[in-house]
Structures are given as structure tokens and as C-alpha cells.
Write a protein that binds this ligand. Sequence first.
Ligand SMILES: NC(=O)C1=CN([C@@H]2O[C@H](COP(=O)(O)OP(=O)(O)OC[C@H]3O[C@@H](n4cnc5c(N)ncnc54)[C@H](OP(=O)(O)O)[C@@H]3O)[C@@H](O)[C@H]2O)C=CC1
Ligand SMILES: CC(=O)N[C@@H](CCC(=O)OP(=O)(O)O)C(=O)O
Length: 313
Amino acid sequence: MAKYKIFVDGSAGTTGLRIADRLAARPEFTILTISEADRKDVHARAAVINESDLSFLCLPDDAAREVVPLLRPDVRVLDTSTAHRTSPDWLYGLPELGTTREKLPAATRVAVPGCHATGFIAPVAPLVEKGLIPKTAQLCCYSLTGYSGGGKKMIAQYEAPREDAALNAPRPYGLALHHKHLPEMKAITGLDTAPNFVPIVADYYAGMETMIPLDLAALGLTADQVAETLASYYAGAKMIAVHPLCEGTDGGFLAANKLAGSDRLEIFCLANPDGTQMQLISLFDNLGKGSSGAAVQCMNLMLGLDECAGLAL
Ligand SMILES: NC(=O)C1=CN([C@@H]2O[C@H](COP(=O)(O)OP(=O)(O)OC[C@H]3O[C@@H](n4cnc5c(N)ncnc54)[C@H](OP(=O)(O)O)[C@@H]3O)[C@@H](O)[C@H]2O)C=CC1
Ligand SMILES: CC(=O)N[C@@H](CCC(=O)OP(=O)(O)O)C(=O)O
């Protein structure tokens, strides 16, 4: 069997390393490499990508942007950065949404969703698509992340001998309400307005918990309608599961690192006793379904391989 030639551009970084680990044990791939001296030379990177069947870009946005114009149109590229997520020529790589799964095998430019964005879009997009949440709704969202979400620099900051006591506490950030995931949150859900979104980084390595409060009374919805719509939308999905209404917490707690190490995402549908308020929660690993796991799932589908191959279920 001819092997697929795969290149991970940025394989020394947090996302790239995780992808390289997931591919290393799989016999269907030959992994292309680049020398240490060349790994930041855009022409050298482009040459290796053009030799590959499929390449991952695991780089800062600008480094992802600069290489794309140098690539063969038919080479398959999966970009894990924010650079192309709302570009019309790129497919947004959330296979569980709409017709994305069917489009992946022919796609050559695929943007891997942002981690916080994944947590928001997974529960909200189906509710907008099915007409339960109007496009005019103004939603809120809070999202907890482990410090690996900030890449090598933030990992080094949290793991160095602790001088700054601020790192001991959860830290809301992006408080100018201008986070880089807002454009994709709006575009992919179809909402007219991006949510009021506050991410929070805390002193643990990996794991993401994205929370979306819904005012059911104002929306004219019941909690059952919401939970049943999500359960039926994701019925049969291998990497996304929906818990039954008001089930799944650990005695009323839900630790943000519970799915660290997994590539799956779980949705929790929690409501107050009189059914007027709801909290939708996505729980997953920022390095799993939030980046590397999602990238490998898309690669599998683009190459016609088993969707879950190499993933942690
Ligand atoms: N960490 C996460 O949870 C998530 C990350 N992402 C996105 O994935 C991408 C990679 O992030 P992450 O792995 O966390 O970041 P890291 O900082 O951990 O890794 C980035 C890698 O890119 C390399 N690099 C930097 N500039 C260049 C360049 N000009 N040419 C080639 N390589 C370069 C870095 O080199 P060096 O080793 O020398 O620093 C590093 O190895 C980013 O766009 C990020 O936003 C997306 C979802 C979640
Ligand atoms: C803790 C922390 O800083 N996290 C990053 C999320 C990383 C990420 O998802 O970046 P992409 O947009 O490239 O996907 C942030 O909020 O910017």
C-alpha cells in the first residue's frame, strides 16, 4: 500500500507535537521532516508541504498566512491557526456540522476550529440551524481553559518557579471583549451578533469547559426541546456526545480538566427547577477536540480513513 506523505509544519510546538504523536504509530503514513535550520524559512517549508499529500500548519497566524500563497492548489492543508477560519475558500473543519463531513474528502484547504469557538459552536449552531435560537439572539459565553491553550510561551510561564501569585488564581482575559475567536463564533453559528464572550485561563495543564447561559423563558423554549434537539443532531456522532437533560455532573460539579487526554467533546444540558433557565456546557480538551484531535479527525475524513483512527475516545 502506498503511504500518505504527511508534514507537520510547526511540529516543535504544543499542537504540532500532539499531532505528530498521534501519527507516529500509524503505518499508513510517512512523516516528512525539515531541518532545524530551515524550519522557519518559508520557501523551505513550502517545498516540503508541496511534496506532501497532506500537511498540518501548527503555527502562529502570520506564519500560516505567509506560506499558503506558495502552495500547490491541490495539496491538502489543515491549518490549526486562526488565519483562515472565516475565509470563503476554506472549509471550517467541524465534521459534525451540516454537510461538512461530506465535503472533507474533496477539500484541499481546511481550517481547524478554535478551541473556545468549538465549545460555543457545538451546542449553539444546531439550535440556530433548527430555528430554536433566533439569529438575532445576543448570547453570552464563558470558557475555562488550561494553560496549554496559550502554547509554549504560556506553558513555560505557568511551569517556571512561581513568582507571580496572579497565576495561582483563575484569570479572565480578553476583557476588551474582542477575542480572536469571535468572528468564527458568529459566522459558523449564523448569529447576527457575536456572543459576549469571556475566556478564563487557570492553573491546570489542559481541559476546556465552555458555558452558555440560555434564558429559556425569553426564548420561548423548554429545556426538553433544547436537550432533545441536541441529542438528535449529534445521534451517531463518534466524537461528540450529548448528556440527557440535567444529567452527567459529578454531584453538581464539573471539573474543566475531566476530559483532558480525550479527543471527544461532551455537551451537558442543565436547567433550573422551574425550567426558565438553562446552562449549556461543552467539556473537552483544548488540545484534543479543541485542536490536535480535531485536526487528526479531519485528516482521517479527508483521506477516507476511519474517522477515529489514532484518536483517544
Ligand atoms: N494550544 C492550544 O490549545 C491551541 C492552539 N491553537 C493554534 O495552533 C497554532 C499553534 O499553537 P501552539 O502549538 O499552541 O503554539 P506553540 O507556540 O506551542 O507552537 C508554535 C510553533 O510554531 C513555531 N513557529 C513560530 N514562528 C514560526 C515561523 N515563522 N515559521 C515556522 N514555525 C514557526 C514555533 O517555533 P519555536 O519552537 O521556535 O517557538 C513553535 O514550535 C496557533 O495558531 C494556535 O493559536 C489552536 C487551538 C488550540
Ligand atoms: C489560554 C490562551 O491564551 N488560549 C488561546 C486559545 C488558543 C487557540 O485556540 O488559538 P487559535 O485561535 O489559534 O485556535 C487564546 O485564547 O487566544
